[in-house]
Design a protein around this ligand. Structure first.
Ligand SMILES: *Cc1c(COP(=O)(O)O)cnc(C)c1O
Length: 492
C-alpha cells in the first residue's frame, strides 16, 4: 500500500512511494497536500460476513492491515488489542456494553419502516470521539519511535477536545512529550480540569494569555522555524493525520455490521462535522465497498460544509465570521480534511486539486456548481458519493436535547444534538439511520443545564475532577519564550 499527495502531479505520484510508517509521524505532504492511499483497498461480501462476529479490536486489525502493510501483522494485532479494550472505553452508560467499544442504541423505529440509532463513540478517557483514533495513535507512535530509537515532541494548540484526547493518548508513553497550548481561562472548568490534572512528567500544559487564535499563531510561528523544529523533533497530531482518519474507518464498519444481518440492508450515517475528519473516514469506508447508503454532514451555525453540499460552492470564513456556538468543537472556518474528498470528486486529479486549494488560499474558496464562471461542474457527482448535509442552530440544539430526553430517556451532548436534528430530516423507510455520538453530555454541561434545568450525569471517576491538583504554566504569547521553554524541557 502506497500513499500519494492530493496535490501531486501524476508523474510525481509514482516516483516517491510512501508507506504507512513513513507518513505516520508527519502532517502535510511536502507539496502542501494531504496523504491518501494510491487506491482504496476493497472489501468483499464474504469478508463482511466473516467480520460480523469479530470483536472491535479484531475488526480494527483486519481493516488496518489493509492500510498499514509495512507493520508486521503480529505487531499490529498486539497494538489494536491493547487499544480497544473495555478498560480504555469504560465510560459506557446504563444499557450499553463497554466490551462493544462503540455500542449501538436504537432510539426509534417508525411505523413506516424508519429507524434511528445512536452509535456511542465517546466512551473513552476524555468523553469525546477523538479518543477512538488518538488512543491508537499513541500506541502506534510509541511502537514506531521505539523501533527507530527516536523521540517526538508533540506541539499543538487546543480549545478543548483534541488537546485532551492527545494528552490522554500520549501520557506516560516512552519517547514522547506533549506541549499543549490553550487559551488561559477560556476553556470550561471541566475541560481545563481534564487536561491540567494530568501529573505525568511528559505532559506540558501551557495556558496562553489570549484567545485560541493567539495560541494557534504561536504554534504556527514556532513550526515555521524549520531548524528549531528539526532540532527539537517537533510533530503534530492534528486532524489531517492519516492514521487518525484510518482508525475512524473502523467504527463505520462496526456500526454497519452491528445494525444489519446481511449486506444488502441499507444504513446511512449522520455525522456532526467540523474539520471533515470524522465523515471523511465514512467516505473511505464507502469507497472500500461498505454498503453505506448516505453520508450526511451535520453542521452548526458554521455551515461551510452544508453550503457546499447544498450549492457546490466552498467558501471558507474569516475568523471574525466564525461563530462561537454551543457545539464549540464544530466551530471551524475551513474544513481541513475536505481536500481528501475533493481529490476523489475531481477524479483524483492532483493538479486540479492543487489549483482549487490554491484558490481557497488566494480567493477564499471555489465553485464546482457548473454555473457560468464556476471552477467546474463536479457538484453534480456529489450524490454518487452518497453525500448530503444539514444544519442546526442553538435553538435546534436545545429543542433536540429536550426531545431526546423526553422521548428516549437519555441525555445527549450538544454536537450529537446537531446530528440528531439533521438525521431526523433525512429518515427514509427501510434505511437504518445511525447518528454518531461525538461526545458525552457531561463535557458540555452548561448547555445541558440551559436545556433541561439539571446537570448532565457524570461518568464514574469524574465527579470531583475540578478539585484535583492542577499542573500548568501561564505564558504571554511570546514566541521566543515558548521556544526557550520547549528547549529547556526536551534537553535537546
Ligand atoms: C472534533 C469534534 C467534532 C467534529 O469532528 P470533525 O472530524 O472535525 O468533523 C464533532 N463533535 C465533537 C464532540 C468533536 O470533538
Amino acid at each position: 500500500m502506497h500513499y500519494v499527495s492530493t496535490r501531486a502531479a501524476a508523474s510525481a505520484a509514482s516516483s516517491s512511494p510512501q508507506q504507512f510508517s513513513d507518513i505516520l509521524l508527519g502532517g502535510l505532504a511536502v507539496d502542501g497536500g494531504l496523504f491518501l492511499p494510491s487506491a482504496y483497498p476493497q472489501v468483499t461480501g464474504a469478508e463482511l460476513d466473516a467480520w460480523r462476529q469479530l470483536s472491535y479490536a479484531d475488526l480494527a486489525f483486519e481493516i488496518l492491515k489493509k492500510f498499514a502493510t509495512d507493520i508486521p501483522e503480529g505487531d499490529l494485532r498486539a497494538l489494536t488489542a491493547k487499544t480497544y479494550t473495555k478498560e480504555v472505553y469504560r465510560n459506557a452508560r446504563a444499557g450499553e456494553k463497554a466490551s462493544q467499544i462503540t455500542p449501538l442504541r436504537v432510539l426509534e423505529e417508525g411505523p413506516n419502516g424508519t429507524k434511528l440509532v445512536l452509535q456511542a463513540l465517546s466512551n473513552g478517557p476524555t468523553l469525546a470521539f477523538k479518543d477512538m483514533a488518538m488512543q491508537l495513535l499513541g500506541n502506534l507512535f510509541e511502537y514506531t519511535l521505539a523501533k527507530q530509537d527516536a523521540e517526538l515532541n508533540i506541539f499543538g494548540a487546543t480549545s478543548g477536545d483534541t488537546g485532551s484526547a492527545a494528552e490522554y493518548a500520549m501520557r506516560g508513553k516512552k519517547g514522547i512529550r506533549v506541549f499543549m497550548l490553550s487559551p488561559h481561562q477560556k476553556m470550561s472548568a471541566f475541560q481545563t480540569a481534564q487536561m491540567f490534572s494530568l501529573q505525568d512528567p511528559n505532559i506540558f500544559n501551557i495556558a496562553i494569555e489570549g484567545v485560541f487564535d493567539d495560541a494557534q499563531d504561536m504554534v504556527k510561528a514556532v513550526s515555521n522555524d524549520l531548524p528549531f523544529k528539526t532540532k527539537q523533533k517537533i510533530g503534530t497530531v492534528n486532524s489531517i493525520n492519516w492514521a487518525r482518519v484510518v482508525a475512524q474507518v473502523v467504527y463505520y464498519f462496526r456500526g454497519y455490521l452491528s445494525a444489519t444481518t446481511s449486506n444488502d440492508q441499507k444504513v446511512s450515517f449522520t455525522v456532526p462535522s467540523g474539520n471533515f475528519g470524522n465523515i471523511c473516514a465514512g467516505h473511505i469506508a464507502r469507497m472500500m465497498g461498505l454498503p453505506i447508503d448516505k453520508l450526511i454532514a451535520a453542521t452548526n451555525e458554521n455551515d461551510v460544509l452544508d453550503e457546499f453540499f447544498r450549492t457546490g460552492v466552498y467558501r471558507v470564513r474569516k475568523s471574525a465570521e466564525t461563530y462561537h456556538t454551543s457545539s464549540p468543537s464544530m466551530d471551524i472556518s475551513k474544513a481541513s480534511n475536505f481536500e481528501r474528498f475533493i481529490y476523489d470528486l475531481v477524479g483524483r486529479d492532483g493538479e486540479r486539486t492543487r489549483a482549487l486549494f490554491h484558490k481557497v488560499e488566494t480567493q477564499g474558496g471555489f465553485d464546482l456548481s457548473g454555473k457560468p464562471g464556476s471552477d467546474g461542474d463536479e457538484f453534480k457527482l456529489v450524490s454518487k458519493y452518497g453525500f448530503k448535509s444539514g444544519k442546526s442552530t442553538h435553538d435546534d440544539r436545545l429543542d433536540t436535547i429536550r426531545d431526546v430526553a423526553d422521548d428516549y430517556g437519555i441525555v445527549i451532548d450538544t454536537h450529537t444534538a446537531d446530528g440528531i436534528k439533521v438525521a431526523r430530516e433525512n429518515l427514509e423507510p427501510g434505511v437504518t439511520m445511525i447518528v454518531l455520538e461525538t461526545a458525552l453530555a457531561a463535557k458540555f454541561n452548561e448547555t445541558i443545564l440551559d436545556a433541561l434545568g439539571e446537570d448532565a450525569e457524570r461518568p464514574q471517576g469524574f465527579e470531583n475532577i475540578e478539585d484535583l491538583p492542577q499542573k500548568f504554566v501561564v505564558m504571554k504569547p511570546d514566541v521566543e519564550k515558548m521556544k526557550a521553554y520547549i528547549a529547556a524541557n526536551t534537553g535537546l
